[in-house]
Every structure is written in C-alpha cells, then in structure tokens.
Design a protein around this ligand. Structure first.
Ligand SMILES: *[C@@H]1O[C@H](CO)[C@@H](O)[C@H](O)[C@H]1NC(C)=O
Ligand SMILES: *[C@@H]1O[C@H](CO)[C@@H](O)[C@H](O)[C@H]1NC(C)=O
Ligand SMILES: *[C@@H]1O[C@H](CO)[C@@H](O)[C@H](O)[C@H]1NC(C)=O
Ligand SMILES: *[C@@H]1O[C@H](CO)[C@@H](O)[C@H](O)[C@H]1NC(C)=O
Ligand SMILES: *[C@@H]1O[C@H](CO)[C@@H](O)[C@H](O)[C@H]1NC(C)=O
Ligand SMILES: *[C@@H]1O[C@H](CO)[C@@H](O)[C@H](O)[C@H]1NC(C)=O
Ligand SMILES: *[C@@H]1O[C@H](CO)[C@@H](O)[C@H](O)[C@H]1NC(C)=O
Ligand SMILES: *[C@@H]1O[C@H](CO)[C@@H](O)[C@H](O)[C@H]1NC(C)=O
Ligand SMILES: *[C@@H]1O[C@H](CO)[C@@H](O)[C@H](O)[C@H]1NC(C)=O
Ligand SMILES: *[C@@H]1O[C@H](CO)[C@@H](O)[C@H](O)[C@H]1NC(C)=O
Length: 359
C-alpha cells in the first residue's frame, strides 16, 4: 500500500503540467489511473483474469487492455470492456476520467446503479451499457452530456421514468432503452432530440400517447416502440416531416384510430409493424406509393374494407401479413404481381377468391 501511494505521488509530480490545459485542472493522468484502479477493485468476478493480470499498476494505463488514450496528452479517451465477462459495479470515480469520449461496458454482468457522477464526463460521445444487470433510475443528470451521440441502455433492469432532461441532448443520434422496466409516459420534450436517427423504447411499461413532437424530428430513420402499453392515434401528418423514415414499429400496444393517408409520404419506409393493436378503418390506397416497403404487418387489428389493389405496386414486399382483421371483398389480382413475397397471410378475414400465386 505504501509503495502504491509513493508511486501515485511520483506520477503526480511528473504529470502535473498536463492538467494545465484541461478544463478540470485537478484531474490528470494520475486521476485516470486511480479511477480505473477503483473500477478494477469494484469488479468481483473476472473469470478470464483479464483485468486481474493485465491492469497492472506497474505498466502504463494506456497499455491496459480496453483502454485507449489520446496521442498527445496520454489521457484516457476510451474504455471498452465489452463482453469481458465481468461482474461488479461501476464506481462514481469513473466520472473523474475527464477526457473519456467512449464508454462501452456492454455484455457483462454489471449490477447496481449507474452513478450520476458519469454526467461530469462532458466530452462523452458514446455510452453503451447494454446487456448488463443495471437497476435503479437512469440519472437525470445525464442530460448534461451535451456531446453524446449514442446512448445504449438496453437490456438491463432500469426502472422509473425516462428523464426528460435527456431530450436536451441535441446531438443524440441513437437512443436505445429497450428491454428494461421503464414506466410513465414518453416525455413531450423528446422533440428536442433534433438529430435523432434511431430510437428504441421497446419492451418496457410505457403508457400514454406518442408525443406528436416525435413526428417533427426530420432526421428519424427508425422508431421502435413495440411491446409497451402505449395508446392513442397516429397523427394525420405522420410522414410530412420524416422523409427518411425506414422503420416504424409499434406492435403490441393499445393504439387505435386509422392509418393516416399521409403514410404514402414516407417514401423510404421498409418496415411498417402495426400488428396486435386496435387500429381500424380501411387500409389506405396511398400505401401503394411505398415502393421500398419490405414488411407490411397489420395483423390482429380491426381493419375493414377491401385490400387496396395498389398493394400490387409494392414490388419489394417480402411480408404481407393482414390476417385476423375484418377485411372484405375479393383478394385483388394485383397481389399476384408481388414476385418477391415470402409470406402472405390473409386468413381470418371475410375475403373471397384465392390469391394468384406469384411466379
Ligand atoms: C495487456 O493487454 C494489452 C493488449 O492486449 C497488451 O498489449 C499488453 O502487453 C498487456 N499487458 C500485460 C501487462 O499483460
Ligand atoms: C468495443 O469493442 C468491441 C469488440 O472489439 C467492438 O465490437 C465495439 O465496437 C467497441 N465499442 C466501441 C464503442 O467502439
Ligand atoms: C473522484 O470521484 C470520487 C467520487 O465521485 C471522489 O470521491 C474523488 O475524490 C474524486 N477525485 C479524485 C481526484 O479522484
Ligand atoms: C440481476 O439483478 C436482479 C435484481 O435486480 C437479481 O435478482 C438477479 O439475480 C441479477 N442477475 C444476475 C445475473 O446478476
Ligand atoms: C437496441 O437494443 C436491443 C437489445 O439490446 C438490440 O437488439 C438492438 O439491436 C438495439 N437497437 C439499436 C438501434 O441499437
Ligand atoms: C434543458 O436545457 C436548458 C438550458 O440549456 C435548461 O434551462 C433546461 O432546464 C433543460 N431541461 C431539462 C429538462 O433539463
Ligand atoms: C411540428 O412542427 C411544426 C412546424 O414545423 C409546428 O407548427 C408544430 O407545432 C410542431 N408540432 C409539434 C407537436 O411539435
Ligand atoms: C377496439 O376498437 C373497437 C372499435 O373499433 C372498440 O369497440 C373496442 O372496444 C376497442 N378495443 C379495445 C381493447 O380498446
Ligand atoms: C403505383 O405505381 C404506378 C406506376 O408504377 C404509379 O403510377 C401509381 O401512382 C402507383 N400508385 C400509388 C398508389 O402510388
Ligand atoms: C403485373 O406486372 C406486369 C408486368 O410486370 C404488368 O404488365 C401488369 O399490368 C401487372 N398487373 C397488375 C394487375 O398490376
């Protein structure tokens, strides 16, 4: 122990000048080393002895496995322990590694809460803690991580509400909180995520409506809100402001109302998954302008009326799943033109005729 303290002391002397250029002058390479050592000591199981043998205090931290440093200042910029088979907790001290831009500790068995002190990492661009066993609330202070582009909290046991402060992070492109036990509403402030491309909140306990502000985020590519208790209707202007949307998945919720005719404006849509809800009305003929569509999943809703002949336009379609609705009339012969189809499910409706088998 005495030797360790002496070693730290020497490092403080050698590396003190580095801190002069940083915005947090008290933190330096020694802080990085100390913080990572605390992290190492918080790991209770390391079956492959990766950190145990490699994170040796006698070798520079920039050579430690899973650590990357800046070439000029030799400060720790990335921590990647993904799939190291580690069990333990994350100490608040990690929030002192002030040059961190990337934290990836996904696919381990970390438990406990995610310390709110991580919000001190103002340079952080990527945080991936997916596939662990973190619990408790997502710290609302994470809204201070203004440089964050990628946040993956999926596949843990986070609970409580989604803090609306997160929606202040205007650079955020990828937000994944799927497979947790989050409840409450999706906060209205989500519209503040003006760079958002992919959002997944699937498999939680979310209630209420999708804030219409979501449909104003023009950068959106993929929206996945499946397996929650969300309700309400889709807005009539659904595709007016989201021209890049490729996936819209809200399956297994409690939505009702009609598919807005505006859906035809989502020209890049590839996957539309509305199944297991209470949507009603006709299938709009405008669906025929979705020429990129590969999957149309409308099964187990309350759709009525005829299948529009414009489905024959959907020549990229692989899945046409319309079973268990109240559809009537003849199956349009245009279905026979869907030569890419892999699955066609129309049963449990009131349809007549048989589809001509695509050649
Ligand atoms: C730790 O791992 C890194 C990367 O695999 C390697 O370069 C280094 O030599 C290892 N250090 C020790 C002390 O085992
Ligand atoms: C972390 O390392 C894994 C395995 O090398 C890699 O697949 C992953 O992309 C890395 N994470 C980040 C954020 O770079
Ligand atoms: C780093 O963070 C911890 C807890 O957040 C704190 O107790 C410690 O004193 C901090 N400072 C240094 C220089 O490690
Ligand atoms: C995950 O955490 C829960 C409590 O939140 C605990 O019951 C469970 O045993 C933990 N699983 C693992 C693999 O650590
Ligand atoms: C979100 O997380 C889930 C579960 O970890 C994963 O399967 C999915 O690929 C992730 N999606 C994105 C867009 O990162
Ligand atoms: C968002 O940021 C603004 C200032 O940048 C602040 O006034 C507001 O309280 C923040 N909102 C939340 C919910 O944290
Ligand atoms: C969406 O944007 C339009 C203008 O671009 C604005 O009038 C409308 O209020 C916004 N809707 C929401 C719910 O933010
Ligand atoms: C579904 O909608 C129908 C009307 O279209 C309504 O009668 C029924 O009560 C709704 N069911 C649920 C579970 O909301
Ligand atoms: C179907 O395709 C034809 C020609 O490709 C096009 O003229 C027509 O507008 C399309 N129908 C719809 C509903 O988009
Ligand atoms: C099916 O496609 C062929 C050409 O591929 C076209 O001539 C025919 O009009 C189409 N039939 C229908 C019903 O759209």
């Amino acid at each position: 122990m005495d030797i360790c303290m002496f070693y730290f002391g020497v490092l403080v002397l050698i590396t003190n000048y580095i801190s002069l250029t940083t915005s947090t002058p008290l933190f330096n390479l020694t802080t990085d080393q100390y913080s990572l050592t605390v992290l190492k000591n918080s790991i209770v199981s390391d079956p492959n002895a990766i950190l145990h043998t490699n994170w040796s205090i006698h070798t520079p931290i920039c050579g430690w496995i899973g650590i990357s440093c800046g070439t000029k200042h030799q400060r720790v910029t990335a921590l990647n322990l993904s799939s190291f088979n580690l069990r333990g907790t994350i100490p608040p001290h990690l929030g002192n590694v002030s040059f961190l831009r990337v934290i990836d500790i996904s696919s381990n068995t970390f438990t406990g809460v995610l310390p709110s002190e991580l919000s001190k990492l103002r340079r952080l661009e990527v945080i991936n803690v997916a596939a662990n066993n973190f619990s408790g609330e997502i710290p609302s202070s994470f809204g201070d991580l203004s440089q964050l582009r990628h946040m993956d909290m999926s596949d843990n046991v986070f609970s409580g509400r989604i803090p609306s402060s997160l929606f202040n992070i205007s650079r955020l492109q990828n937000l994944n909180m799927s497979f947790n036990t989050l409840d409450g509403n999706i906060p209205e402030e989500i519209g503040g995520l003006s760079s958002l491309e992919r959002v997944s909140l699937q498999n939680n306990r979310l209630r209420g409506t999708i804030p219409y502000a979501v449909f104003n985020i023009s950068s959106l590519i993929s929206v996945i809100f499946a397996y929650n208790m969300l309700s309400g209707k889709l807005p009539n202007n659904i595709c007016s402001n989201t021209p890049r949307l490729r996936e819209f998945t809200v399956l297994r919720n409690q939505f009702d109302g009609e598919i807005p005719r505006n859906i035809g404006k989502c020209k890049e849509l590839q996957l539309l998954q509305l199944q297991y809800n209470n949507f009603s009305g006709d299938i709009p003929s405008e669906i025929g302008s979705l020429s990129m569509l590969q999957g149309l999943f409308l099964l187990e809703n309350q759709f009525k009326g005829r299948i529009p002949k414009q489905v024959g336009n959907l020549t990229s379609l692989l899945y046409l799943m319309l079973q268990e609705n109240h559809l009537t009339g003849r199956i349009p012969k245009q279905v026979g033109n869907l030569t890419s189809l892999l699955f066609l499910m129309l049963q449990e409706n009131h349809l007549t005729g048989t589809p001509s088998v695509p050649s």
